[in-house]
Every structure is written in structure tokens, then in C-alpha cells.
Design a protein. Structure first.
Length: 347
């Protein structure tokens, strides 16, 4: 998956003595073939060469005559090796939802309204029946993400992809008034952290997850592993409308993708603000415990690789909690902001 976030700045409190997997048998993301640290170095190199690149999404100043300053917002993403499960199980109807979700969920973190989506679909040999299922998923993702599929590219490249395989990429564009941009700058100690539940792994960590589920178990766990990424556009827009009517604001939004809470949340924290999460405040879906058990994956690696049951994090003022809970009954109070190093801590 594309990496657009800063180097690892979070930490996970140590597990009780005796509960840690044996070091020689523990499975990690790197052992699965994904080197997060190396990817972060590439991201920092790109940031130095292209300083206009944003966080979860990039913002471009847009002056509309007579309507005040706006920001054009854009981002791109893919589905990663979750595609391998779709190939193995020959299920292609929801992978397009994942594609849209990964971009529009990034887009809304700065307060933007999604407008349009474009896709890139590449395969060695076009299969019309399968392709229609993929496009149907993309259309459903656009419906949930309140955006329009404006165009895209279908590339048939014989000999480039193995038989029956394909790749997907997506691009989303949105708009936000400059005065309404959510950038985390107003976050202070004492503010509260809400979490919206994920539907499972979403579209991250599958290089590790696929290592612990042998082919004979895929049929049993396939539906869980292929559960489409939850799209949070309606939830965030509903909260924005309710807060605006009451003179309240959303202070920060973080889409929890690869890197988990410990890497994604610090992307919205100002200097001197630490996010403290209480792991007893929510229950991750059972699939995460199953992955950890099967792979003897260390706690730190789990929290750095997966969303662990929270797909979106929202930072609000304490006096906004009652309203937020009324608008988003599925939200959980999962932590708070304290003074300290800009990082996310799981306690």
C-alpha cells in the first residue's frame, strides 16, 4: 500500500511477562515481505523533493471569485495484497468498495467533501464477467462515499500479470473551504478521542495475514478477511453538520490504515500533544486475535500493522462528547490527549 505518513513515533506498552511470543517463532510484517521502515525512508525522500505533498490527502489552494478561498483536495490509493485473497477465493464483488474507501476515507480527514473518483484497472486478459463485478463494487463504493465515478482506465496487458490476476488503483478529489480545514492544530491536552469501529482488516496488513491462514482455512475465514473496508463519509458529514449547528468543531481526524493507531494518529497531532489509547475501551474483531495466535505476532507488531478494530479516530472537545455520541452511537470513547511527545500510546 502507498505510504504517506511519518516515521514510526508510537509505542505500545509491554505485555505482561509470560504472554510474549517466543522471539524465534514470532511472525512480523517484515518477515512477511513488507519493510515499513524502508518505505518510510522513501516517503521522507519524496517529501523533501515535493514539499507540497500533504498528509492523508494533498490540498491545493483554489480561488473562486466571490465565494472565498477553497482547497482542492486529492489523494490516491490501492487495495494491496487483499487482491490475492480475491483471486484465491474468486470473489470480486466487494474489492471495488475497498478501492473507493481507501481514498475517500483519507479525503475526509481534512474536512473535505468527496466529489469525484477515478479508477485504474489493469489485467493480463480481460474477463468481462469478473470485470463487471469489480466495477459494480467501485460503483457501490462511490455511492457510499457520496462521489461520482467520473472516469478511469482499463489496461489489458498480455503477459504482464499472471492468469486470473489484476491490479487496481483509485483517485479521489474533493473540496473544502479553507476556513473549515481540519488539520489538528487546535488539539490540546484534555481533548477526547473517539473511535469508529472497523469492519475488520480493511485493506491493510494482508501480507502478514495471508501468511497465517493456510489455503485450507481460506474458505472458513474468507468472508471475514474479504469484508469490505467501512466508508466513513456519511458519519463524518453527519457529525460536521451537527457540530456546525451547535458552534462546535471537529479537531482532528485520522484514517487508520497501514501503521495502525501508533503511526497514523501522530500525523494529526501538533507538537507537544500525545494521544493515549485505552485498549480496554473497545473490543477488536476476533480475526485480530486469531492472526496473533496463529503467527505468534508480538503486540507491538499487531498495533503497528493493523487497525485493531478502529477504522477512524476523531478528536473532539470534552463538551462535544454528548452530541457526538447522539449523532454517532457506534462511536467509542477510546482515549484522550495529554501533554507530551507527539505520539500515540496504547496503554
Amino acid at each position: 500500500m502507498p505510504r504517506r505518513y511519518k516515521a514510526f513515533r508510537g509505542r505500545v506498552c509491554a505485555a505482561p511477562e509470560g504472554s510474549r511470543p517466543r522471539r524465534h517463532s514470532a511472525l512480523t510484517y517484515r518477515k512477511s515481505g513488507v519493510n515499513i521502515d524502508l518505505a518510510d525512508k522513501l516517503v521522507e525522500h519524496i517529501r523533501r523533493r515535493a514539499p507540497a505533498i500533504g498528509g492523508f490527502a494533498g490540498l491545493f489552494p483554489l480561488e473562486l471569485e466571490g465565494d472565498g478561498p477553497w482547497e482542492l483536495v486529492a489523494c490516491t490509493d490501492g487495495v494491496g495484497t487483499k487482491l490475492k485473497l480475491a483471486f484465491a477465493l474468486d470473489r470480486h464483488d466487494t474489492i471495488g468498495v475497498d478501492l473507493v474507501a481507501m481514498s475517500v476515507n483519507d479525503l475526509i480527514t481534512c474536512g473535505a467533501k468527496p466529489l469525484i473518483f477515478l479508477d485504474y484497472y489493469a489485467t493480463g486478459k480481460l474477463d468481462l464477467k469478473r470485470s463487471k463485478k469489480i466495477i459494480a463494487g467501485i460503483m457501490e463504493g462511490c455511492r457510499q462515499g457520496r462521489c461520482v465515478l467520473l472516469g478511469g482506465e482499463t489496461a489489458e496487458m498480455p503477459g504482464f500479470y499472471p492468469a486470473g490476476e489484476y491490479d487496481l488503483a483509485g483517485f479521489a478529489v474533493g473540496l473544502v473551504k479553507r476556513a473549515d480545514v481540519i488539520d489538528g492544530s487546535k488539539i490540546f491536552p484534555g481533548d477526547l478521542i473517539l473511535g469508529l469501529p472497523s469492519s475488520g482488516l480493511h485493506s491493510n496488513g494482508y501480507s502478514l495475514a495471508r501468511r497465517v491462514f493456510p489455503e485450507k482455512d481460506l474458505r472458513r475465514w474468507g468472508r471475514t478477511l474479504l469484508a469490505p473496508t467501512r466508508i466513513y463519509v456519511d458519519a463524518v458529514q453527519s457529525l460536521q453538520r451537527a457540530f456546525r449547528a451547535e458552534g462546535k468543531i471537529i479537531l482532528g481526524l485520522s484514517h487508520i490504515t497501514g501503521g495502525g493507531l501508533v503511526e497514523n494518529v501522530p500525523r494529526v497531532l501538533p507538537r507537544g500533544r500525545r494521544a493515549v489509547f485505552h485498549r480496554q475501551a473497545w473490543t477488536p474483531p476476533p480475526v485480530f486475535a486469531e492472526i496473533q495466535r496463529r503467527g505468534r505476532v508480538p503486540d507491538r507488531e499487531m498495533w503497528r500493522t493493523f487497525n485493531m478494530g478502529l477504522g477512524l479516530v476523531i478528536v473532539i472537545r470534552p463538551d462535544s462528547l454528548e452530541l457526538a455520541r447522539r449523532i454517532l452511537p457506534q462511536a467509542r470513547l477510546v482515549g484522550e490527549i495529554v501533554a507530551g511527545k507527539s505520539e500515540a500510546v496504547i496503554s
